[in-house]
Design a protein around this ligand. Structure first.
Ligand code: ADP
Length: 628
């Protein structure tokens, strides 16, 4: 062809400095873009063959990446469809450039340039992030096509000429600039290919590697080995998410998980995603063993688009609670060229969210139904996840109602309905509200769980990191149900059945008792109330109101609740007027003896609440010894 010079039609002259500057943090993606283009070109050739539109020899599809440190070049070659000179003009000079100018428009509009960085596939022109000069050598599949060459030095000027390629396909040669010479290091390229190209559908070769191969036997019949150079193929062309679930065994899923997360424990179970209407999505999601510190477990899901790795920051693409899952999602329908705020509003992303949520719910429902025992055994791992989903995703909650479990301090498990049926007969109060009781630390709260037990009440164990929020969620969702920690009040008040118990004390005596205990109080923010409880209930009980405590606990977990964390603790000291100790104290001969006994009873209550510590505890022990 005749030599041709031209100017790439674009209204902005300074596109390259901008590309270089603002994509700097992510400049390694040039390789992702160019290797993807090479893969696309090969896929197109395959398609043309299957459509009967290309009758030549397809050959073994292969993308090759070569680094020449001396010449300071990186070459990406493929045996795909190639381009004619006219196609270069159309696809590279015009189309590819329009992509770059679109980027520029977005960049101008964006309030924060970082919003778009790393999410905008610049395609071919991303090569200029690392190269001063880019050359294309290509030969189209079309019969009679001439090899073509295109060179551009990073200005908007290009040169086209006859090319030197003798086989169908394309070489893209990057002349790496000084600032980016790190990309001339082989390990660096290997690392980038491992990240982005590991699961591409066409073999990608990066140099060679030595492999030990069997080489017959020696005279004694022992096997011999030899070292051979073999092509270094960096990818698995058919990762498991592209296969049908029926082709796969558990081992395959587990092996793939190990490949993705070599340092993680085996997952609990997994879900194979596969949908092609109304959007296209495949993937495998794993339920990991969730440790309490679940912040660390996020950003484990990897997002692919047609087997090209895109990101492991899937925030806004999958629902918040599903970020605890591991695995891969592959969808060409997730728009990658837009900012996060667009993403949240995108209808495909919303549908994908709904779909994944439904699949996860299906899987959990199935596990629960098919093998409840195994499900209960896994509950300590999946419970956090299910509860988190129940709180944060209304659609998930609709389903989770049937398989979320409550467990009591006896380690029995119940569904929400089962639990309601179990406790409603005993634990309904005078206003027809059902009250669920729970402990967060049965050992420490034993005095209180014991009081509940005496009444025939059940006590749940809710000690997980999201349980506080989960409790509030249940109260909102379950009808006429209150959930209170066992030490939130005396058991009579927690489930107030309006049972009138006569007092064994006169009004005068009640006053006297109250005064005695008032003087025994050693801590701030405590309020005394003398009540007529059962004679076998505790003589003194110290409790802290459920709602203040819960808010404070939530504030401690973070969130915008700082106000609550500044509130002081308020305690209620309930003195049982009907306990024999009340009468005993009042019948003591001297004021001093009365005060000493009240002090002792009060300290016992502090002890049961876990509040008697330090010098107070020592003093109490010494006094007790003397009394004995
Ligand atoms: P995109 O890949 O998103 O279309 P690019 O800027 O990466 O945008 O590429 C523009 C076009 O150039 C491609 O659509 C394709 O037609 C052509 N092209 C790029 N690389 C190759 C290649 N290796 N072989 C054949 N055609 C290519």
């Amino acid at each position: 062809m005749a030599q041709e010079k031209g100017t790439i039609s674009i209204h902005t002259e300074n596109i390259f400095p901008i590309i270089k500057k603002f994509l700097y943090s992510d400049h390694e993606i040039f390789l992702r873009e160019l290797v993807s283009n090479a893969v696309d070109a090969i896929q197109k050739a395959k398609r043309l063959v299957s459509l009967g539109q290309f009758h030549g020899e397809l050959g073994e599809p292969l993308v090759q990446v070569k680094v020449d440190a001396k010449a300071k070049t990186i070459t990406i070659s493929d045996n795909g469809i190639g381009m004619t000179a006219d196609e270069i003009k159309k696809y590279i000079n015009q189309v590819a450039f329009s992509g770059a100018s679109e980027f520029l428009e977005k960049y101008k509009e964006a309030k924060d340039a970082h919003e778009i960085i790393g999410q905008f596939g610049l395609g071919f022109y991303s090569a200029f992030m690392v190269a001063d000069k880019v050359e294309i050598q290509t030969l189209s599949y079309q019969p009679g096509a001439e090899p073509a060459k295109w060179v551009c030095d990073g200005s908007t000027n290009f040169e086209m000429d006859a090319g030197n390629r003798s086989e169908r396909g394309t070489d893209v040669i990057l002349y790496i600039n000084e600032e980016n010479k790190e990309f001339l290091e082989e390990y660096k390229i290997q690392e980038i290919l491992d990240k982005y190209a590991k699961f591409l559908p066409v073999p990608v070769q990066f140099g060679t590697r030595t492999e030990t191969q069997r080489d017959g036997e020696d005279e004694e019949g022992k096997p011999k080995y030899k070292e051979v150079e073999v092509p270094n193929i960096i990818n698995t062309v058919q990762p498991i998410w592209t296969k049908a679930p029926t082709e796969l065994k558990d081992e395959d899923y587990l092996a793939f998980y190990k490949e993705l997360y070599p340092f993680s424990d085996d997952p609990l179970f997994w879900i194979h995603l596969n949908v092609d209407y109304p959007f296209n999505l495949t993937g495998v999601l794993y339920f990991p063993k969730i440790k309490n510190n679940f912040e660390l477990q996020r950003n484990k899901i990897r997002l692919f688009s047609r087997q090209v790795f895109i990101t492991d920051d899937v925030k806004d693409i999958v629902p918040e609670f599903l970020m605890l899952l591991h695995g891969v999602i592959d969808s060409p329908d997730i728009p990658l060229n837009v900012s996060r705020s667009f993403l949240q509003a995108d209808s495909n992303v919303k549908k994908i969210n709904t779909y994944i949520t439904r699949k996860v719910a299906d899987k959990l429902a199935e596990l629960f139904k098919n093998d409840r025992k195994a499900y209960e055994e896994k509950w300590s791992d999946i419970g956090l996840f299910v509860k988190y989903g129940a709180i944060s995703e209304p659609k998930f909650w609709e389903r989770a109602k049937d398989f979320v479990l409550l467990s009591n301090i006896k380690k029995e498990f119940f569904t929400l309905n089962e639990y309601r049926d179990k406790v409603a007969p005993q634990q309904t109060d005078k206003n027809n509200n059902i009250v669920y009781l729970y402990a967060t630390n049965p050992e420490k709260q034993h005095a209180y769980t014991n009081a509940a037990d005496k009444k025939g009440y059940d006590v749940l164990l809710l000690d997980g990191p999201v349980d506080n929020h989960f409790i509030s969620h249940l109260e909102r969702e379950l009808e006429k149900t209150y959930i209170k920690r066992v030490d939130a009040d005396t058991i009579e008040k927690l489930i107030d059945k309006d049972e009138k118990i006569e007092s064994s004390l006169s009004e005068e005596q009640t006053k006297q008792l109250e005064e005695l205990y008032k003087s025994a109080i050693t801590k701030p923010n405590m309020e005394i109330s003398v009540e007529n409880l059962a004679a076998d209930a505790l003589p003194v009980t110290i409790t802290i109101d459920e709602y203040t405590r819960r808010m404070k606990d939530m504030a401690a977990l973070g969130g915008n609740m700082d106000f609550y964390s500044t509130l002081p603790d308020h305690y209620k000291v309930t003195v049982n007027a009907n306990h024999p100790l009340a009468t005993k104290i009042l019948s003591e001969s001297s004021k001093e003896k009365q005060a000493a006994l009240a002090q002792q009873a009060f300290d016992l209550a502090l002890l049961a609440q876990g509040m008697l510590t330090g010098p107070d505890l020592t003093a109490f022990v010494e006094r007790s010894v003397k009394m004995i």
